[in-house]
Write a protein that binds this ligand. Structure first.
Ligand code: RUQ
Ligand code: CUA
Length: 661
């Protein structure tokens, strides 16, 4: 074993020399390698450990080739993680106020959070599940990120020019969701699939009217890329039977224009263990199969544009009857307690996992089309045509216990998370993918244990038309013995897996505890596809509108306090290391509009603005303008100060806010 470590280090030394590191005449042999070997020996590191360290280590000042956007689970936020070093770069405030970014403490973030009101009430958290990057021709384009809030049926839009949330939209007809936020191959739509059925608009209906009154509802949110916003007027919904629709994916290539969601609870279970009914966990798993939902969204779009949607709470809804009549919706059986619905990179197949079935089932889009064309289909209870499984199934691969989600690489392999087995299954795809790998198609190749109970899995560009390979990340629900004990609530564990090879050579490289909530899904993009601003493009930038604020005051000489009756306007210029003005005096009861503009143009010269006692806290990055508006309803002496250590005289960057009784 020691020999192996030494040989890795010899390779490293040679590599270093070849990369223009220390020249061979420098004392390499006596310096680094000996120490490195000693360190490895001292720490009891195996050759595999050393190799893993070499593959993930990022020297100071070097940047990673990949960026992962991970859901922040119940924190309502999104994590930005550099890969393969697994360093957290940012936590983006989305559904939850975030003080460092000044998101939700008086500035423009408040307007964004407003959009997320439920029944007129602020809901300042979210259960974020599935982040999805915007796509062009089926590839991530690095422009936008979308994410859903399962708890309240909301979708958020994050602009990747400044990595901040620009829009939260509440679904007017659903109270929870799950199958979102998934995009179509050109981000024509951001799709929000349902989860637990409820009457449309979540009005009251007794559970004994479940079959008649409760419904599933899928939403196609139209995305306006130029505006960077979802446009509800151009969006529509499709009414579905009250099965619990679950995870979805958009077709691409040959299947572009179609959309696929798995479902469960075709039993129409309504729970009630306390009444002697079977509990949901038994009631929803009785049937051997549920239904894969197959949508022709291009057809649905035509029907919506023809005005055949009924307006419910301001939203156009294509009812079930119309969806059936217009050939928008089909079912195909899927075994057993399905989860996950993932389209292969070329768009030929749909892979569905069965939580209680050891197989993944692979559906052929071509066969689906042929079966629809042949017609003569039986109908389910609600009249939806059902395509028999044997007519559309391409293959089934036995992988192990609890298959959930599947992602893909560039070598014709698929990777499925096995929740119960706590493993990542690598299996080979057949059909057109067969020529990419040495295995005959549709075959389990390797099961790699992960720690523990993997839920989602993500791969580098693994949802796109051209996956990268290289890495897979296991998003594990349990960590048990992986880390120092921090009490009964344990962190989730992300494990970085090396897949940069063929056959059964996958390896875990790195464990990354996630110290906040339960991330469900993540997507990994090549870092060089992202082109964020270094500073805002113009001084006076309104980050919510992504345009210059015409009222921004950028000249300190024009800064100051103006009064018009009870309305006070404060125009403030912010630059190292002072605010202008430094004294703001108003009368109790005045209405204050306070506009702050940073005239900094140097990268990272960010200022903060905290106004004690008024719950106001902003982040003012170079060029940004923020506007706060409030009633000065507490008299007293208050201070405002900069919360970013921006210069040697940062502590002096303060001012007094005096409110006269
Ligand atoms: S779903 S693993 Cu949203 Cu599988 Cu969580
Ligand atoms: Cu500005 Cu500290």
């Amino acid at each position: 074993m020691k020999l192996k470590i030494v040989s890795i280090i010899v390779v490293l030394t040679t590599l270093l020399a070849a990369c223009g590191g220390p020249s061979t005449s420098a004392p390499v042999a006596s310096g680094l390698p000996v120490d490195a070997a000693a360190i490895a020996k001292d720490r009891g590191l195996t050759p595999d450990d050393v190799a893993a360290a070499l593959k993930t280590y990022m020297p100071s000042g070097k940047t990673d080739p990949y960026i992962m956007f991970a859901s922040g689970g119940q924190s309502g936020q999104v994590l930005v993680i550099a890969m393969p070093s697994m360093r957290i770069l940012k936590v983006i405030g989305v559904f939850t106020p975030e003080p460092w970014q000044g998101y939700g403490f008086g500035g423009s973030g408040n307007k964004v959070l407003e959009g997320g009101k439920v029944n007129g009430k602020e809901v300042l958290w979210g259960d974020t599940h599935h982040p999805n990057l915007s796509e062009t021709k089926g590839d991530y384009d690095g422009e936008f990120l979308f994410i859903n809030d399962k708890a309240n049926a909301r979708v958020a839009v994050i602009d990747l020019r400044d990595f901040s949330t620009k829009q939260i939209i509440k679904n007017p007809n659903a109270i929870n969701d799950h199958g979102g936020a998934f995009v179509t191959p050109n981000t024509e739509y951001v799709i929000e699939g349902p989860q637990y059925a409820a009457p449309i608009g979540w009005e009251y209906a007794p559970l004994d009217q479940y079959k008649e009154k409760y419904r599933g509802l899928i939403t196609f949110w139209k995305f306006d890329r130029l505006k960077g916003r979802i446009d509800p007027d151009q969006s529509f919904q499709i009414e579905l039977p009250p099965y619990w629709q679950d995870l979805c994916d958009a077709g691409k290539g040959p299947s572009d224009g179609w959309f696929f969601c798995n479902s469960f609870n075709t039993e129409l279970a309504t729970g009630g263990i306390e009444l002697g009914n079977p509990p949901f966990e038994a009631g929803t798993t009785k049937n051997d199969t549920d239904y894969l939902h197959i949508f022709n969204w291009k057809k649905a779009e035509e029907i919506f544009k023809a005005g055949k949607g009924k307006k419910i709470n301001g939203m156009a809804v294509i009812d079930l009857e119309t969806a059936i009549k217009e050939n928008i919706l089909y079912f195909a059986p899927e075994p057993k307690s399905p989860h996950g619905s993932d389209v292969t990179p070329g768009g030929e197949f749909i892979v569905v996992g069965g939580k209680l079935d050891p197989h993944v089932t692979i559906y052929s889009f071509e066969k689906i089309q042929a079966a629809i064309k042949a017609g003569n289909l039986n109908k389910d209870t609600y009249g939806v045509p059902v395509i028999p499984l044997d007519k559309v199934m391409e293959a089934q691969v036995e992988l192990g216990l609890g298959p959930l989600h599947t992602v893909f690489d560039d070598k014709g392999y698929a990777y499925t998370s096995l929740f119960l087995d706590s493993a990542v299954a690598r299996w080979s795809l057949g059909g057109p993918y067969e020529k990419k790998h040495p295995e005959p198609g549709w075959k389990l190749v390797q099961k790699l244990p992960v720690q523990y109970n993997i839920g989602h899995i993500t791969a580098a560009e693994g949802d796109t038309a051209s996956p990268d390979g290289q890495f897979v990340v296991a998003l594990n629900k349990w960590s048990i013995d992986r880390f120092a004990n921090v009490g009964p609530l344990l962190p989730q564990n992300f494990q970085l897996v090396d897949i940069n090879n063929t056959g059964d050579k996958m390896k875990v490289l790195y464990d990354m505890p996630i110290g906040m909530a339960e991330p469900h899904y993540a997507q990994i993009i090549k870092a060089d596809k992202l082109k964020p601003f270094e500073v805002y493009p113009k001084v006076g930038w309104d980050a919510e509108k992504m345009a210059v604020d015409p009222n921004a005051v950028t000249d300190p000489k024009l800064a100051g306090v103006k009064r018009d009756g009870k309305n006070v306007t404060v125009n403030m210029v912010v630059v190292r290391s002072h605010f202008t003005p430094e004294r703001v005096e108003v009368q109790k009861g005045d209405h204050v509009v306070w506009r702050l503009t940073s005239i900094e143009q140097q990268r990272d010269a960010t200022h903060g603005f905290a106004l004690s006692g008024y719950n106001i806290n902003l982040s003012i990055e170079p060029g940004k303008t923020e506007v706060i508006e409030f009633d000065a309803n507490q008299a007293g002496t208050f201070t405002y100060y900069c919360t970013e250590f921006c210069s040697a005289l940062h502590l002096e960057m303060i001012g007094y806010f005096l409110v006269k009784p």
